[in-house]
Design a protein around this ligand. Sequence first.
Ligand SMILES: Cc1cc2nc3c(=O)[nH]c(=O)nc-3n(C[C@H](O)[C@H](O)[C@H](O)COP(=O)(O)OP(=O)(O)OC[C@H]3O[C@@H](n4cnc5c(N)ncnc54)[C@H](O)[C@@H]3O)c2cc1C
Length: 488
Amino acid sequence: MQTYDIIIIGGGVIGSAVARELTRYQLSVAVLEKESDVCTQTSGRNTGMLHAGFLYKTGSLKAQCCVEGNREFDQVARELDVPFKRTGKLIVGFTEEHRQRLLAMIQRGRDNGVPGMELIDRARMDEIDPSAGGNFAIHCPSSGILDPFIYTIALAENAVKNGAKYHLYTEVTGSECLPDGRHVLHTNQGDFVCRWVINSAGLHSAEISDMLGIPGYVIQPVKGEYFVLDKKAGAFARIPVYPAPTEHNTFDTHATPTVDGNVLVGPNSFNVEDGEDYSVRQVGMDGLQESGARMFKHMKREYYIRTFAGARPKRINPATGEIQDFLIERREDVPGVINLVGIESPGLTSALPIARRVVALLKEKEELTPNPAFDPTRKGIIRFHEASRAEQARLIATDPDYGEIVCRCETVTRAEIRAAIHNPLGVCTVNGIKVRTRASMGRCQGGYCETRITAMIREELGKAVTDVRLTNGHSTMFTGSVKGGDQA
Ligand SMILES: Cc1cc2nc3c(=O)[nH]c(=O)nc-3n(C[C@H](O)[C@H](O)[C@H](O)COP(=O)(O)OP(=O)(O)OC[C@H]3O[C@@H](n4cnc5c(N)ncnc54)[C@H](O)[C@@H]3O)c2cc1C
């Protein structure tokens, strides 16, 4: 039985932000995550926008946390070495009805404290990004794009650096309260004991809330499908382009450049029962082709390299179906529990503000002693292809593995893959290497480098090739030798 002061259930961007903020204090902190890595669920299946905060009801937690998270992100990205660009955003309109909705949106943005939003005409849009569709637009300068995988990993790695412990492949299956008020969490890896439990289980947050003694919440998974476009399309995309909001104040398909130069087209939006079914539908992709082309003039089939999907964990009112605000609660009748339910968009933008609110709830019950050794910084893996020629030469001179390219599409070297294999969280799946280095994210989607990465995992960690996994415990890549002999 392992004992901690605080256990966080769910190691996505929210659980990892909470873990990082808690390590500012002298507390023993653990994160229990059922998957092989921290960004396999919603935190790795989104648009990667640093939202500005103009969409959400004034005064709501969504609005407050989003604006706060947006404002501080330049510093956060520097501290944690997260790829980030403050690109701004266009929200485009075609009709008079759209214009009225955009004007209302500017007003809401002002009420929420979003700076610099203005309505611009087509001529000004052409100066900002000629590939954007639409007759006029809101320009919102504070929006940005970030790498959601690296952000989640960076928060987790910084938490680990400051003393938190991650237990991957550890699924919480039940809980009970001890007579002294502590909690026992039952998992597939044995029991864990703690004084405080923090529920940040994303799509499963209502089930975990139930398990911890706070029943009644309902999560509706709302799926979104995407196309990933090649960097050739990315060369045309300067800024995220969103359509005017629908009458329900939601956004339809948008086109968003990524920090690495691809373009994401999506997401659409439809209710599903199983939020973790990440398959995409032909009808959905056909719809994205049509709606995406209205936002981005270079939406062509020849640029498609991949599809993916994610599901927003929307908390709904069970009686009316109405979508609710983020829930961040501590209840006197259920001691030792902090509940985070319905952390849908803009959860990525809001992760650290949400985490600070969790700490504030904890401080209402306990005096927390600062951790004098806390270090807010984390350094990522060096990206060889982003280095200058002189720097590349210096890297190769210090480590010849920088001179060997493993992923040709994304120019990722053997030295970077090796650094990723020895990551601080101990993640050793092929997808874990992919999201840390971009190896296999390019045009050929791993056709060339995946077997080489597998071989490196085997060599570096002394694993049998049959033990290497793509993403999780079931995703075996090799079942044995075809011709007999060594497992190469
Ligand atoms: C299509 C889409 C687009 C989005 N775009 C944006 C955007 O551009 N900008 C933005 O700010 N936000 C965006 N969001 C929202 C954002 O992605 C989420 O709010 C955020 O990722 C939620 O993080 P999380 O940590 O709560 O969830 P998750 O990442 O899902 O983490 C929860 C974790 O809990 C684990 N877990 C669940 N049950 C258990 C259990 N029993 N035991 C142990 N572990 C468990 C899961 O495996 C999971 O890893 C988008 C979301 C979607 C779906």
